[in-house]
Design a protein around this ligand. Structure first.
Ligand SMILES: Cc1ncc(COP(=O)(O)O)c(C=O)c1O
Length: 518
């Protein structure tokens, strides 16, 4: 109702009528309520930058989160539909307060949840600059330098991890990067003209092989892109959380013998739960033998392939047909920044290129990214990644990833020495463990799962630290994933005492409840 009331169109002679576009006197004096004067922009922007600089330098003193609830947040938002506008400088000030006081601060040195990194300050500036120039990176003509920068960072990212990329594209994150790789594979492996004919009955025989630890993107892709979840062969992992290679080989052979068509194998380079890296070299050999597309999900761990000391662990990544990597994870780019690299650049244009008559984008040697991915209009995501990469250089990034891994290993060692803590896994920069009171048996899974789940909730809402969880063999584990260039040794060393303090309180509460209910 409110919407309809303000939306009434007034006639020129009615009181309250305002020419929405041009003043009567001069068509050159256009009043644009969304514009800002140069002085207002400068002053407001400078103040915002000052606020951001203060915020970044004081992150360690703040709580990771105040864990607000949706209802309390809704009360802080404007309660009136904004019929009339407001002063932009006041708006920026007000919005800054809203966000800084009510957000989860993943730039905090003690944020170790999921796989979200601390944002690099240069990336924050990169995003501001990208918005100011506002290049539409769908086509070269609309984004000449931006397109060349995107091309360059794609090459550099491949070079960083030892992959000869024939092409690639920046996307919003890991899911999208994996989707683009998946669609390139689907097009390349279809023996018929899938663009023209769509999915065919023979597609019912297609099978995809991936470890049971693969991120949920694969299920989404199988569903959304028409193959169906039943066509996934979930290959179990071994005791080190890596895909069991002999089972992979057996399953593919068995399927082929039954007339099914294996077409895609996904290797994970840093699993979302524990950070395990599959035996990529062996998967590559199996793909070659069975003529399958070899896709690597390196959204989290892919950049660790740049570390000389991890060369063996990542061996085979260079053989992938496509690799998803996520600068907004281990290159510390502010959200959003994902990237897909492909060995043969034509596989992207084969899958995504159309040439509508209303585009005049066919200059020689020009790269038009709308032809290489799902998006048409595209923002300049590449800039923050390119600037971050140039600021720290390959060596700087290698050092930061190495430090994160060292801290996660150190945490594992410290926890190993801590009574009432059971350590579980340690891969790359992910360490998993659980709290186990001395008087509870390790096999009492139900009790320990409940205890650790409650503990995680308390830790996450407490604001001192922010771990997340993994589930391994049906055990609920606490999980620390360090993709955080701000984390120091003292942050890591503080964790066991915090876990024990909260864990003991919860254990006591649970015992008390149990005694009452008996
Ligand atoms: C291995 C892996 N793949 C894919 C993704 C999805 O990435 P995004 O959240 O950027 O879409 C993640 C996210 O954590 C991941 O760890």
């Amino acid at each position: 109702m409110r919407f309809h009331r303000w939306c009434v169109t007034l006639k020129k002679e009615e009181p309250g009528f305002m020419n929405p576009f041009l003043s009567e006197e001069s068509s050159d004096k256009r009043q644009s309520p969304i514009d800002m004067t140069e002085d207002a922009f400068r002053e407001t922007g400078h103040r915002l930058i000052d606020d951001i600089a203060n915020f970044l330098s004081s992150l360690a003193k703040l709580q990771v989160t105040t864990a607000p609830n949706p209802r309390s947040l809704a009360l802080k938002l404007p309660d009136m539909f904004p019929v009339n506008g407001m002063d932009p400088s006041l708006l920026v000030k007000e919005t800054w307060q809203l966000l800084v006081n009510n957000s989860l601060l993943n730039g905090h040195p003690r944020f170790w949840g999921y796989i979200t990194s601390s944002p690099a300050p240069i990336g924050i500036l990169g995003d501001l600059l990208a918005s100011a120039v506002n290049s539409n990176c769908g086509a070269f003509v609309l984004s000449p330098m931006a397109t060349e920068i995107e091309k360059q960072i794609i090459q550099w990212l491949g070079e960083l991890i030892g992959y000869q990329a024939g092409g690639g594209i920046m996307v919003s994150g890991g899911n999208m990067a994996n989707f683009v790789g998946f669609l390139a594979a689907r097009k390349a492996k279809a023996a018929w003209d899938i663009r023209k004919l769509g999915l065919q009955p023979s597609q019912g025989t297609w099978r995809v092989y991936t470890s049971a630890e693969t991120h949920t993107w694969i299920s989404k892709a199988m569903d959304l892109f028409g193959i169906g979840l039943d066509a996934i062969r979930w290959i179990p992992v071994d005791a080190n959380q890596k895909m069991n290679i002999s089972l992979l080989n057996e399953k593919i052979t068995e399927d082929k013998n039954q007339g099914l068509m294996p077409w895609l194998v996904v290797g994970t380079a840093g699993s979302v739960g524990t950070g395990a890296v599959d035996a990529l070299n062996e998967i590559a050999a199996i793909c070659k033998k069975h003529d399958c597309w070899f896709h690597v999900d390196g959204a989290y761990g892919g950049f660790a392939a740049a570390l000389p000391e991890l060369k063996d662990l990542f061996q085979g990544i260079e053989l992938a047909d496509s690799i998803a990597i996520d600068p907004h994870k281990w290159l510390y780019s502010p959200l959003e920044a994902g990237c897909i690299l492909v060995k043969d650049g034509r596989t992207l244009t084969d899958a995504f290129s159309f040439h509508p008559a209303y585009y005049n984008f066919d200059g020689e040697e020009e790269t038009n990214y709308y032809e290489r991915g799902l998006q048409n209009s595209r923002g300049f995501r590449a800039l923050k990644v390119w600037m971050g990469f140039r600021q720290a250089g390959a060596e700087g990034h290698i050092q930061m990833i190495r430090d994160d891994i060292m801290l996660a290993k150190k945490l594992f060692d410290i926890l190993n020495e801590t009574k009432e803590i059971e350590t579980c896994t340690q891969h790359l920069s992910i360490t998993t463990f659980r709290y186990k009171p001395a008087d509870v048996d390790s096999n009492d899974q139900e009790y320990l799962n409940k205890l650790n789940q409650t503990l995680l909730n308390r830790l996450q809402s407490g604001g001192e630290v922010f771990p997340s969880n993994a589930v391994l063999n049906e055990n609920f584990l606490l999980r620390v994933c360090i993709v955080n260039f701000r984390t120091r040794l003292s942050d890591i060393e503080s964790l066991p005492a915090i876990v024990l303090k909260e864990g003991r309180l919860i254990h006591e509460e649970m015992l008390r409840k149990r005694a009452v209910s008996k």
